[in-house]
Design a protein around this ligand. Structure first.
Ligand code: GAL
Length: 973
C-alpha cells in the first residue's frame, strides 16, 4: 500500500498532527495557567462569598493574563502552522479531510433530486432469505428515458482502462451545476454535522417484520437512499500551480462529486478506493466547496453494505511532476536468507504544460515493529533520468540486491518485517516529490501437492472470511476496531483472512501487513449475472475493468496479500464457455496489473470438467471439498448437491494449488444450548436439530451448519485426509450484519466463530485447539446452570489442544477419553445434570496439559466491567471496548442472565454503541440501554478529540450492584 511519508494509521497526516499538537499545547497552556493562578490564590478556600469575590478579582486578573498568554501562544502556533502552509515547501501533502462535513439525506427516494448516475431496473421480486448458493439469474435490461450523469462519471475510470480507444470522452455540459446543494453559497447550516468515516445507516432504527423496506439480508438498517455530503476545502493561494486530488478510500455508493458547482466525476462501486483530479476546479486562495452525492440502492447486496462516506477521505496535493496514483510497484523475484532481489517500477506523471527532465531516486529503509524507519538506508536504486512530455507519464524501473534481508512472514513461526521505499523525484536538481511505499521481502510458493510455502516454510492456511462491517460500528472504518478483530482472531490461531467479498479499507491491509496475516484480497460477488436486483451486475459492462485494475493497483505492494480473487460464487460458473470467457477477461486484467501473484475465484458449483476452473491459477473451493448437501433430506431437490471434490480437482489440475476459500458455514448463538444434542459430527439446522425457529437461535454445541455447509470438524477431517489442500478460510470469523441464515427476522449472521459484539462462541476454542496445538488449553461446554434439567441427560463436550481428557462432576470422574483418528472433540453424551462443578483435566502425551472448570452460579447480583484498553488516545478515533458481565455475588458470569443494563459516561468520551451479540436483538446500536445476552454486553467508548482526561463508564441494572470503570484518554500517540 502506498502512503505519503507522513501518514499514520489513524488517518491523519503529520501536518495536521503538528497543527493539532500545537493547538492542544495552547489549550493545555491556557488550562495550566488558569490552574496555577487558581492554586496560587491563598484565599480560594475561604467562605463561599469570599471565595467568589476573591475569585472574581483574581479570576479576572488571572483570566486576563492567561488569556493574553494563551492568545499569544495560540496566535503564534496558528501563524507557525499557517506559515508552514503559506511557504508550502511540502513536496506532497496527503491531508485527512475527515472532519467538518455537513450531511443531508432525503427522507425517501421519491423525494430525492434527479441527478442520477443511471436508471435501475424496477424490483419485481426479491427473496431476501433465499439460500446464499442460489443460482444467480440474468440481468434485466433497462432503458433510460431521462438524462443520466453516467457519461460524465465514466471518464473517472479512464486511468484503469488499458485500451486508449475504449477510454471515455467527457461530454460537454455541467449537469447539476445549477442545483443548490453544489453551490458555494448554499446555506447548509441546518444539515447534520458529521465527521468521517460515516455510515449513515448504522444508528438505525432496525426495521422489523416481513414487510420491512430493508430486510434481514441487508441487516434491517436504513442503508437505502440518496444523501449529500458538503465541505469547504482549504486551498491556500500558495497551492496555485499544484495538482490537487480528492482521494476517497470508499463511498457507498454511486458517488458523484461537484467542486465549486462543477461536476468533477465519481465512482459507482462502493468498495473500491478512487480519486478525482480537482486541479481544474479549485480556486487557490478562494472559497472551495465540495459536494458529494451518494445514491445507495436497496437490494444491492446479500449482506449489510453500509452507507455513506464510510472510509477515510483525503486531499492530496502534489507538484505537477509527481509519482502517479498507486505509482510504485515493488516485487521481490528472488529471495533467500542471504540476499533478495528487489525490483521497482515508478510511474511518474507530468501534469505541467512543459516537458520535464525528471530524475527518480529510491532508497530502501528497514521498518521496525513500531513502523519506525532505520536511520540510514539499507540500499538504494540507481538514479534514473527521463524526459517526460507535457501532460504525459513515464515508467522508470530499477533493481537491486538487499543483503541479509529481514523477511516478511506470517506469525507465529515467522516475523512480518517490513521495508519502506522512499522515492524522490527531482526536476532540474530540485526535489519535487517524495513518495513512500511500504513493502515486504518474501517468497511465496503455491505448491499443488504441499500447499503454501512462505519463505520455503510450509504454512497451513488457518483462515477466516471477514465482511467489512465492524459490528455495532457498522461499515464506518475504524483502525482500532479492525485491529481488535485481528487480535481476537490471532489469539485463536488464525493466520489468514479472506476479504469477502470486497477490497477492504487500506488501513486494514496495513494492519495485516504489520501483524503478519496472509490475505486473499477479493473484488466481486457478482459479474454479469445477478444475485440481487441492484448488485454489481448493473455496472459490470462499464466498470469491471476499472474496478478490477484499481483493486490490484492499490494493494499490489502489500506483503500480506498472497492471492487475488476476482469472484465469489458467480453465476458464470453455470454458463460454460461464455462464463469462462468473462472470467478470462477479468483474470487478464488482474494478471496484467500484477503477474507475481496467482488469481483465484471461489467456486461452489463449478466442477473440474467445467470451463471456469481452468481459468483460475489457484483452485478456490467453497464447501465443495467436504461435499454439499449429501444428507438424504436433499435428494430430489433442485439445490446444489455435490460429492466431496478435493481429489477430483487435484487430479484434474495437478499443477494448481487447491484451497478452501469458504469452509464450514457452521452456525450458532453464543451461550444458547439446545436439546437434544445431535449424535452427528455435522448436522443441518432444523427445529429439534440444533435450531429454534421460535426464538431464532442456533445451538452452541457447535455441530450444526447451514444446508450447504459442514461443521468445523467435518472440514478438519476432510482437510486432514487431503494434505495437498493449502488450508481453509472458515465462513466466517466475526458475525456480520445481514444474512442471518437461517432466521431472516434477525439482524445479523449466526455463522461467525465470534459474535457480532466480539465475544467468542464455543467454536472459537475448537479452532484454537486445532490451530494452536502448542497452547495448553481445554474448554468445556455447555455452561452448568440448568435448574430445569436436574437428572436429565445434558451432554458435556470438551475442546482441547491435548489428546485426552478426564471429566469430573462434583469431584466424581465421568471417565477419561482419548481422541481417535479424525476426532476433534471429546464428548460425554450421557451426563445427567446435577448442579455443582464440572471440571476437566486435559492430557497430552500422557502428561497433564490443561484444566478448566465450570460452576453452577448463584443469582445475578452484580455487574462487572472490563475494558480491553484502559488508556486510549484523545484523537476522536480511538476506542475502548468494555465487556460488561452480569455476575453472581462471587463474581461468576451468570450464563443465562439477560438483565437490562443502563450505561452512562462522564468525562471526555462518549458511548458510540452497545451490543450483546444476539443476532435477534433489534435495539439500535447507539442505545445506552441494552439487555445482556447470556451474561454479556459490550459498550464501545470513543475518546473525544483533543480533550484528555478520565472517562468514567457507569453500568446500572435494577436489583444489581452498579459498577463503574475508568479509562484514561491521553494525548500520547
Ligand atoms: C456462501 C457465500 C457467502 C455467504 C455464505 C453464508 O455461499 O459465498 O457470501 O453467503 O454462503 O453461509
Amino acid at each position: 500500500m502506498i502512503r505519503s511519508c507522513f501518514d499514520n494509521l489513524d488517518g491523519r497526516s503529520m501536518n495536521r498532527d503538528a497543527g493539532l499538537r500545537l493547538e492542544l499545547l495552547s489549550r493545555r497552556s491556557l488550562f495550566h495557567l488558569f490552574l496555577n493562578i487558581m492554586q496560587s490564590n491563598p484565599r480560594k478556600k475561604d467562605s463561599m462569598n469570599n471565595y467568589q469575590s476573591n475569585e472574581n478579582t483574581s479570576f479576572s486578573r488571572g483570566t486576563l493574563i492567561s488569556l493574553i498568554i494563551g492568545i499569544f501562544i495560540f496566535t503564534a502556533s496558528y501563524c507557525f502552522a499557517q506559515s508552514k502552509t503559506a511557504t508550502n515547501t511540502q513536496l506532497r501533502e496527503h491531508v485527512s479531510i475527515n472532519d467538518g462535513w455537513r450531511f443531508y439525506k432525503y427522507s425517501s427516494a421519491d423525494k430525492a433530486d434527479n441527478l442520477i448516475y443511471d436508471v435501475r431496473p424496477a424490483v419485481t421480486e426479491n427473496n431476501d432469505s433465499k439460500d446464499a448458493d442460489s443460482k444467480p439469474t440474468e440481468a434485466v435490461k433497462t432503458e433510460a428515458t431521462q438524462q443520466v450523469l453516467k457519461p460524465w462519471i465514466l471518464p473517472t475510470g479512464n486511468a484503469f482502462i488499458k485500451d486508449l480507444a475504449k477510454r471515455h470522452v467527457r461530454p460537454a455540459g455541467n449537469p447539476g451545476g445549477d442545483f443548490p446543494f453544489v453551490q458555494s453559497n448554499f446555506d447548509d447550516s441546518d444539515w447534520e454535522r458529521i465527521n468521517l468515516p460515516h455510515d449513515w445507516a448504522i444508528k438505525g432504527p432496525f426495521q422489523k417484520g416481513d414487510k420491512a423496506e430493508v430486510g434481514g439480508g441487508m441487516g434491517r438498517l436504513p442503508v437505502n437512499g440518496v444523501a449529500w455530503y458538503r465541505r469547504k476545502l482549504d486551498i491556500p493561494k500558495s497551492d496555485a500551480g499544484k495538482s490537487v486530488f480528492l482521494d476517497i478510500d470508499g463511498s457507498m455508493s454511486y458517488a458523484i462529486v461537484w467542486c465549486n458547482g462543477k461536476l468533477v466525476g465519481g465512482w459507482p462501486y462502493g468498495y473500491n478506493s478512487w480519486r478525482v483530479d480537482l486541479t481544474p476546479y479549485v480556486l487557490p486562495g478562494g472559497v472551495n466547496q465540495l459536494a458529494i452525492r451518494l445514491d445507495n440502492p436497496n437490494y444491492s447486496a446479500r449482506w449489510y453494505p453500509g452507507a455513506g462516506l464510510y472510509r477515510n477521505v483525503w486531499l492530496t496535493k502534489t507538484n505537477p511532476v509527481h509519482v502517479a496514483q498507486y505509482g510504485t510497484y515493488i516485487t521481490t523475484p528472488q529471495v533467500s536468507k542471504s540476499s533478495a532481489t528487489v525490483k521497482l517500477e515508478v510511474t511518474v506523471d507530468n501534469s505541467s504544460k512543459k516537458s520535464a527532465d525528471v530524475e527518480a531516486f529510491t532508497q530502501i529503509y528497514a521498518l521496525d515493529a513500531n513502523g519506525n524507519k532505520s536511520a540510514t538506508a539499507v540500499a538504494a536504486f540507481p538514479i534514473v533520468k527521463r524526459q517526460i512530455a507535457a501532460g504525459g507519464d513515464a515508467k522508470v524501473s530499477g533493481s537491486l540486491v538487499v543483503k541479509n534481508p529481514k523477511l516478511w512472514g506470517s506469525r507465529p513461526t515467522q516475523t512480518p518485517n517490513l521495508y519502506l521505499a522512499v522515492t524522490t523525484l527531482r526536476v532540474n536538481g530540485k526535489a519535487v516529490d517524495k513518495y513512500e511505499t511500504r513493502f515486504g521481502i518474501r517468497s511465496i510458493e503455491y505448491n499443488p501437492d504441499k500447499g503454501l510455502l512462505v519463505n520455503g516454510e510450509h504454512i497451513l492456511l488457518k483462515g477466516v472470511n471477514q465482511h467489512h462491517d465492524l459490528g455495532a460500528l457498522g461499515s464506518a472504518f475504524n483502525v482500532r476496531a479492525a485491529q481488535r478483530q485481528l487480535e481476537i482472531l490471532r489469539e485463536m490461531g488464525c493466520n489468514a483472512i479472506r476479504m469477502s467479498h470486497n477490497p477492504p479499507a487500506p488501513e486494514l491491509l496495513e494492519l495485516t501487513d504489520k501483524m503478519g496475516f496472509l490475505v486473499i484480497d477479493e473484488i466481486f460477488d457478482s459479474w454479469e449475472t445477478k444475485k440481487t436486483p441492484h448488485d454489481f451486475h448493473l455496472i459490470f459492462p462499464d466498470w469491471s475493468e476499472p474496478d478490477a485494475r484499481t483493486f490490484v493497483r492499490r494493494d499490489k505492494n502489500c506483503a500480506s496479500v498472497i492471492l487475488w480473487s476476482f469472484g465469489n460464487e458467480v453465476g458464470e460458473q453455470y454458463t460454460a464457455e461464455a462464463g469462462a470467457k468473462v472470467a478470462t477477461r477479468l483474470r487478464d486484467f488482474v494478471r496484467e496489473e500484477d503477474p507475481t501473484r496467482p488469481t483465484t475465484g471461489a467456486m461452489n458449483y463449478a466442477k473440474p470438467d467445467m470451463p471456469l476452473p481452468a481459468v483460475l491459477d489457484v483452485i478456490g473451493l467453497n464447501y465443495q471439498g467436504e461435499g454439499i448437501r449429501q444428507d438424504p433430506e436433499f435428494e430430489g431437490t433442485d439445490r446444489i448437491r455435490t460429492a466431496p471434490q478435493y481429489t477430483p480437482f487435484h487430479e484434474k489440475f495437478p499443477e494448481k494449488m487447491v484451497v478452501s476459500t469458504e469452509s464450514a458455514s457452521a452456525a450458532s448463538s453464543r451461550g444458547v444450548y439446545l436439546f437434544p444434542v445431535s449424535p452427528k459430527v455435522s448436522d443441518i439446522i432444523r427445529d429439534g436439530r440444533g435450531g429454534d425457529s421460535k426464538n431464532c437461535q442456533v445451538s452452541a454445541y457447535e455441530q450444526h451448519a447451514v444446508d450447504f455447509g459442514s461443521s468445523a470438524e467435518k472440514v478438519f477431517e476432510a482437510q486432514d485426509k487431503h494434505l495437498f489442500v493449502a488450508g481453509e478460510f472458515v465462513w466466517n470469523g466475526f458475525d456480520y450484519i445481514g444474512e442471518p441464515t437461517p432466521y431472516y427476522s434477525a439482524r445479523s449472521s449466526y455463522t461467525g466463530i465470534i459474535d457480532l459484539a466480539g465475544f467468542p462462541k464455543d467454536r472459537y476454542y475448537l479452532y484454537q485447539s486445532r490451530w494452536r496445538k502448542d497452547l495448553p488449553m481445554v474448554h468445556i461446554l455447555p455452561h452448568w446452570n440448568w435448574p430445569e434439567r436436574v437428572g436429565e441427560v445434558t451432554p458435556v463436550h470438551v475442546f482441547t489442544s491435548g489428546d485426552e481428557a478426564e471429566l469430573f462432576l462434583n469431584g466424581q470422574s465421568l471417565g477419561r477419553k482419548k481422541k481417535g483418528q479424525y476426532e476433534y472433540r471429546l464428548r460425554w453424551d450421557d451426563v445427567k445434570y446435577q448442579p455443582g462443578e464440572l471440571k476437566v483435566i486435559a492430557y497430552k502425551n500422557g502428561q497433564k496439559w490443561a484444566e478448566e472448570s465450570v460452576k453452577t452460579t448463584g443469582e445475578s447480583a452484580k455487574l462487572d466491567c472490563k475494558a480491553d484498553r484502559n488508556r486510549i488516545k484523545a484523537d476522536g478515533y480511538d476506542l475502548s471496548f468494555v465487556t460488561v458481565r452480569v455476575t453472581d455475588k462471587n463474581g461468576l458470569t451468570v450464563p443465562r442472565a439477560n438483565n437490562n443494563i443502563v450505561f452512562s459516561v462522564d468525562g471526555p468520551g462518549e458511548i458510540v454503541a452497545t451490543d450483546n451479540g444476539d443476532a435477534t436483538n433489534l435495539v439500535a446500536f447507539p442505545s445506552k440501554e441494552r439487555e445482556a445476552f447470556n451474561g454479556l454486553c459490550l459498550v464501545i467508548i470513543r475518546a473525544k478529540k483533543g480533550v484528555a482526561g478520565t472517562i468514567k463508564l457507569t453500568a446500572k441494572s435494577n436489583g444489581l450492584e452498579d459498577t463503574a470503570i475508568q479509562i484514561q484518554s491521553e494525548f500520547t500517540r
